[in-house]
Design a protein around this ligand. Sequence first.
Ligand code: GLN
Length: 548
Amino acid sequence: MSTKYIFITGGVVSSLGKGLTSASIGLLLEKCGHKIAMLKLDPYLNVDPGTMNPFQHGEVYVTDDGAETDLDLGHYYRYTHSPLSRASNATSGQIYETVLKRERRGDYLGKTVQVIPHITDEIKGRILACAHQNPETSVVLIEIGGTVGDIESLPFLEAIRQFRYERKKDCINIHLTYVPYLKAAGEVKTKPAQHSAQILRGIGIFPDILLCRCENPLSKEIKEKISLFCNVPEESVFDEKDVDQSIYEVPLDLHRQGLDTMICKMLDLKKEKPDLSDWEKMLYGVTHPHGKVTIGVVGKYIDHQDAYKSVFEALHHAAAASNVSLEIRKFESEKITEHGAVEETIRGCDGYVVPGGFGERGWLGKILTAKYCREHKIPYFGLCLGMQVMIVEFARNVLGLKNSDSTEMNAQTPHPVISLLSEQKKIENLGGTMRLGSYPCDISENSLAGEAYGKNIIFERHRHRYEFNNAYKEAFETRGMRFSGTLHKGALCEISEVKEHPWMVGVQFHPEFKSKPLDPHPLFRDFIKASLIHQKQKSGLLAAASLA
Ligand code: GLN
C-alpha cells in the first residue's frame, strides 16, 4: 500500500497547540495499527533553533543523532513512537542553505534558481526523506509551523499543494483553526475560521478536516455554519476544546469525536480498534491524585512558558507515577542574590531543579540554590548546567576553593572545576563545539543513579560545551562527592551525587528529553519520590515542633 501523508496547518493565531494536536493524531494512528513518521517544517531562516534565544523560541529539543530541533519534536516523542532525527525537522534556513550550496557547485547547470521549483522541490524531498526513514512507515504527518497568511510560510504551502496534486488519494489536509467565544457578544464567532480557510483555498489548499480550538464544545448550529462557509462537510468539523486538567486529554477527546475513524476513511487506511486503555489509565491517575508535590525550578528563562517544556513535562510524568499532583514554582535565578535571603525567596518546596542554561546571568542564584539544598538536605536535581552548578558550589563551600568556577562564567578562575575539554588538555582548537546527541554512560551500582536506572549502561542526550575537570576528581571524591556515571570507555564524569545527602544528583546530559507520560524517566521518578519523603519528614518535624 502507498504511504499516506497528512498535512497539518494552523490558522488565525499562533499558540493554538498545533504540535500537540499533530502528536495526538500521531498517537491515534499508531493505536489504529499504523507505523507513523512525523516532520515539522519551520518557516524561519535560522538553520536550526540552536542559535536562538530561548525567550524567542522556547526549548531546543535534541535528538539522539544530535540535531537541535523545534520543541514540537518533544511532543512527538512524548505521544508517539515516530523516529526522531535530523530528518524530522526542516527550516527554511536549511532548505535555502541546501539549494544555495547546490547552486554554488553549479548543479543547476546554468538555470535560474527559483522558489518554484527549486525550493519547493527541496521541501518535497524532505517530506519523502522523512517517509523513507523506515520502510514500514504507512503514514507521515507533516506539521507546518506558523500561521497561514504568513509571508514566510508560502513556499511550504505551495510545496504541499503540489505534493497533494501529485498524489491525490494519498494526502489530506487538516487545518487547525480558532473559534473564539466573545464575552461581550455572548457568542462564539466563526469568522476567523472562515477567513483562515479562505486564505488556504486562495493558495489552492482545500482543507479536508477542520479542527476548531474553542473554550467549550461547539453546537451543531455553529458546526453547520463553519461547514457551509469553509466548504468542509459537517462530519469533518471537529472541536478541540481547552483541556480541563492535562494536555494528555487531547487524543482521547479527539478519539471520542471519531477523528481517527474519519482520517482512516479519507485515506483508505485499514483500522484496528484502538486500545487507549493505557493512556486512559495514566490520565485517570493524573486527574485523581492522592497528595501533591511542590517543586521549585530555578532558572534564567523562567518567564518564558516554553523554555523548559520537557523539564516541566518530565516532572509531570514523575508526579503522576507517584500518584500526586504537581505544583511547579518558578524562580528567576537572577533574583536570588547573596544579599537577599535565599531561603526567603525559594523556601517551601519539596525539591528543587536547576535546569540547563548558558551564560553568566543568574549563575550565583543557582549556586545559592544548590548550597541551600545541600545544607538543608533538600532533594536537588541538576540538569546539565544544573550539574555544573552543583560542582562549583561543592568546590567553593566543601573543598574550600573559594574562587572556583566554570570557565564559561569566569575564564580566569584559579580553580576551573568545570572547563572545556580543550582547556583541560591544553589543546587550543578542540573547544567551541558542542557535545550533541546520545552518548553511552556507565553507571555505578551502589549509587542513586544505579538505583534509579537499574542498568549498567544507559544512553542519554547531551547539549553542552563544558565538562567536569577530572584534575579535581580525587579531591571531590575524598570530600564526599560520588561520580556515579562516566562516559562509556571514556573518563568524562556524567553524573555526580552528594554522598551525605538523601538525593542530590547532577547529570551532564538532558534526561528530560527522554521522559514519556507512560514511561517516566527513572531519575525524575526517583527525584519526585525523594521530594515526597522530604515533604513527609518536613511535616513530621513541623508537627513535632507544634507539640513541643
Ligand atoms: N552552558 C553549559 C555548557 O555549555 C551547560 C549547557 C546546558 O545546560 N545545556 O556546558
